[in-house]
Design a protein around this ligand. Sequence first.
Ligand code: GLA
Length: 393
Amino acid sequence: MTQTELKQEFIKLYGEGGDIRLFHSPGRVNLIGEHTDYNGGFVFPAALSMGTTIALRKRDDNIVRMKATDLPDMVTIDLSDLSGYKDLFWGNYQAGVLDELKKDGYTLVGCDMLYDDTLPHGGGLSSSAAIQVSTALTFATLAKEAEGKDEPVDMVAMAKIGQRSEHNYIGVKCGIMDQFASAMGKKNHAIFLRCSDLSYELVPMEMDGYTLIISNTNKKRGLADSKYNERRSECEEGLRILQTVLPDIKTLSDVSLDDFNKYGKVIENEVVYRRVRHVISENDRVLKSVEALKSGDMKTFGALMNASHDSLRDDYEVTGIELDTLVSEARNIPGVIGSRMTGAGFGGCTVTLAETSATEEFIEKVGKAYEAKIGYAASFYLSTIEDGGHEIF
Ligand code: GLA
């Protein structure tokens, strides 16, 4: 929906008058560095053109009314008591963010809102983070205005609020990557982020002659949340065991590959051992990928993407037949440099680095092969890399 269409829809729903404002936050694709964020490691995401746009108008009471352009029901939230919204089918993500903002002392202002999401829901491109960050930014902006503070909203704080709402309201113990990318993304740049202290570097994506193709398995992600939390506890167990021989480590990312090769065998449980091996080897791949990309060495970057997927399939076990099919079919196409799953896994999307000239053949052949094997169609997106959360003026 264009900005003008969104405003027209808003007026149809809530009536004319007042100042209608627009806020936007994007989804993300992670180029490499998967399941490392909650282990204090490195990630390398970029913000997409798809995301959440909110149209809103202030009210002069404590009520928030919100609706999505693609859902029939309107949700009403009373800001004076935010308990009781956890079970909403839609609106729970927003309520979680409001709850966290309130805990941090933001003055919550009532408003009417219309959400337009262009990301596939639950497709592994951070549709939830886009909702969380756009909601946090919107209400934090209104709060600053109400409090008479003429200062910009702290976007890293918005990312943290989004993450906390996911932990406390949704019950997924996610890392910071998705919300950080949605808040802090920059046009034509990927974010090389160290999750232990949130220091980051924006790396220009010189994509001359290359394209990132995002392929969606369209698989419904059944038990993804509980599997995600399970992986996280396996890593915590691995950390506890490694600390018996490496007492100074605080996270798995404090362990070098060399130290892991030396001391890793202390982890007797073979599954936990493989989970840890993934995290430590993946951190190393991120560092090498950033170097490769900076020096324009796409071949090395592609090979690291492939190695990342293989590790997520064999050691971390978060891929599944749908993601593996997309990746193996992608690698058969001439001009494909590297292909891997992106995001949490268990369904969701893959990201492929390909020569731009291979794009058409890619979509046709991978699409056909996927449907023949899996029984339903995949979707493909060619997104540009865009800015993180902001008000649209
Ligand atoms: C999800 C989480 C992130 C991250 C990825 C896996 O997207 O929200 O924090 O852990 O999975 O890399």
